[in-house]
Design a protein around this ligand. Sequence first.
Ligand SMILES: Cc1cc2nc3c(=O)[nH]c(=O)nc-3n(C[C@H](O)[C@H](O)[C@H](O)COP(=O)(O)OP(=O)(O)OC[C@H]3O[C@@H](n4cnc5c(N)ncnc54)[C@H](O)[C@@H]3O)c2cc1C
Length: 330
Amino acid sequence: MKNFTYYRPTTVEQAVALLDNKWGPVELLAGGTDLHDLQKEYIAQPDKVVSLNGIRGLSGIKASGSAITIGANTKLADIAENSAVRKHLPGLAEAASQVGGPQIRNMGTLGGNLCQRNRCWYFRDEHVPCLLRGGEKCLAINGENRYHACFTDSYACVMVHPSTLAPVLIALAAKATVQGPKGKREIELSRFFQAPAKADEREHVLAANEIVLSVSIPIGSKNASYEVRHKQSYDWPLVQAAAAFDLKGGKASNVRIVLGHVAPVPLLAGDAAKALEGQPVNEETAAEAGKAAIKGAKPLSQTGYKLQLVQVAVKRAILTAAGAKKYWQV
Ligand SMILES: Cc1cc2nc3c(=O)[nH]c(=O)nc-3n(C[C@H](O)[C@H](O)[C@H](O)COP(=O)(O)OP(=O)(O)OC[C@H]3O[C@@H](n4cnc5c(N)ncnc54)[C@H](O)[C@@H]3O)c2cc1C
């Protein structure tokens, strides 16, 4: 690991002042479960590391009548176990409880989860000229790509976005509050992520000198997240679907379905939402939404298998959100 200077500010303003206006020379540190890995692999080589852990008020979960607000430095384990989150946002509790293993969830934070770097093996290998580290092209497009995107249209890099909290938060219409040198601003989570195409871009739209303070999530919708995983722990899903909708008289409205691990950004599945909108929620309509979710997919040489998984994940997320019996669990 390259030597760095460690800072532990006690206010957000001090932390912002320590940041740089371009990515690279300075990194924020929350739980360190991703950043330290990147440093050990020489993928991140900051001169300064600015810890968020001395700043009061950046962690904690507050519930009001209409929303739950979660501080960016809140641990994933606390999100998974919080009673208000489990009651009103079961999709988020489920996603947080599935991340990594107990050690990752007890160190990893909400802010770090949303801002973590992608897991593409070409990106994470310092010896490989990945597009996102200055290389000429994305090596996964014609390379080893079985864990990569199946929605590939127009993306220069075909990694998949690694956060499993992100699809749920987008489905729930959450907003992040961030702070930079000019003060605070709000970003809808549906606009928070971007597909990076070069070395000075990240998987999100934050400027290098902005910090996520909290995420606010409206409550009241039926919601769920369903992940298809290769292993039960210490891994990322192959595919994930998050669903949120209102259910009145048995019919779904305000439907939002978001796919994870199928594209470089969490993907709003508009056709799937349209297929369910105004329909009674049952196995047939959920399956129809699943079919609609794969419209527009363009798998790589090794990701065609994800299309079946997407259909299953969407169907099961919808049925779970509606409170249906989980017939797939024995
Ligand atoms: C084995 C393993 C399995 C995993 N499985 C999953 C999984 O299934 N699903 C999933 O979603 N994740 C998974 N993860 C990733 C894990 O969720 C992240 O490593 C963790 O959430 C990062 O949080 P952190 O607080 O440790 O972030 P750090 O490592 O401290 O930081 C990560 C990045 O976020 C930035 N950052 C941190 N906080 C803020 C902030 N408040 N504002 C702006 N930038 C910030 C940092 O500068 C850094 O670039 C897994 C990780 C491992 C090692």
